[in-house]
Ligand binder design. Structure first.
Ligand code: OAD
Length: 232
């Protein structure tokens, strides 16, 4: 890679695992004990808003107890030092990339620290719980929901992401099981653009065979090493 190369990095729950944020599909994963349809769909929210708010309130509250790990910090270092185009696309709803120093970042599945008012369609930075249905700071309606992309909803920033993928030279996927689309399909889009594709994951993922190279191990070890390689 020369230093003008265009890089897209996709991250998933695995990059936050070493910070103590549970992944979705592991043995102690977030979906264990919860059916996805009960907590992560618009239908679930319509049916049982209290349960859905409680699920995300608990996750939002836990953010105060976790810190970015070596992988988040390495990507922050890459973001500040890389002179070429770079976009970090995270499927994660925690704020650990921001706290690790990443700026060129999009949250394609939304953010725990944002609340969305479905009455006036405004978004607000949000630290506390939503379970008591507090009034929207803009319109006063008690209709704030977690600003999370649920199954059946359109991920955020797709135009920007697809534009970056269509012109990238290197695509790296970190800590994602490759089971949820559209993110799972990004490797194909990047390959069609002629990019080199690299996966960093603890175990082989559903998409491993589609990458030019897969490195197996912990993100906290593999990501700083990759960043050192890129910046060398
Ligand atoms: P998953 O839980 O499906 O996958 C996490 C991946 O990270 C697995 O392949 C693990 O092997 C790997 N992993 C675990 N620990 C790791 C470590 N220390 N270092 C490197 N890799 C590690 O999470 P995602 O792929 O992010 O969407 O899940 C994608 C989407 O599914 C989520 O954004 C969420 C979920 O449904 C929504 O809620 C919309």
């Amino acid at each position: 890679m020369d230093r003008q190369s265009r890089i897209v990095i996709l991250t998933g729950a695995g990059i936050s695992a070493e910070s103590g944020v549970p992944t979705f599909r592991g043995p102690d994963g977030l979906w264990e004990g919860h059916r996805v349809e009960d907590v992560a769909t618009p239908e679930a929210f319509a049916r049982n808003p209290a349960l859905v708010q409680a699920f995300y309130d608990a996750r939002r509250a836990r953010l105060a107890d976790v810190a970015p790990n070596a992988a988040h910090i390495a990507l922050g270092r890459l973001d500040s030092a890389w002179p070429g185009e770079l976009l970090i696309v995270t499927q994660n709803v925690d704020d650990l990339h921001e706290r690790g120093g990443a700026l060129r970042l999009v949250h394609m599945h939304g953010e725990l620290l944002s609340a969305w008012c479905t009455a006036c369609d405004t978004r607000h930075r949000w630290q506390g719980p939503l379970g008591s249905f507090p009034p929207c700071p803009a319109c006063g309606a008690p209709q704030l929901r977690p600003d999370i992309v649920w199954f059946g909803e359109m991920p955020y920033a797709m135009n920007r992401i697809l534009r970056s993928l269509a012109r990238c030279d290197l695509f790296v996927a970190i800590g994602t099981s490759g089971q949820v689309y559209p993110a799972a399909g990004f490797v194909e889009t990047a390959r069609e653009a002629g990019a080199r594709t690299l996966e960093l994951n603890l175990d082989p993922s559903a998409m491993s065979a589609r990458f030019h190279e897969s490195r197996l191990g912990r993100a906290g070890t593999l990501v700083p090493a990759l960043v050192d390689e890129l910046l060398a």
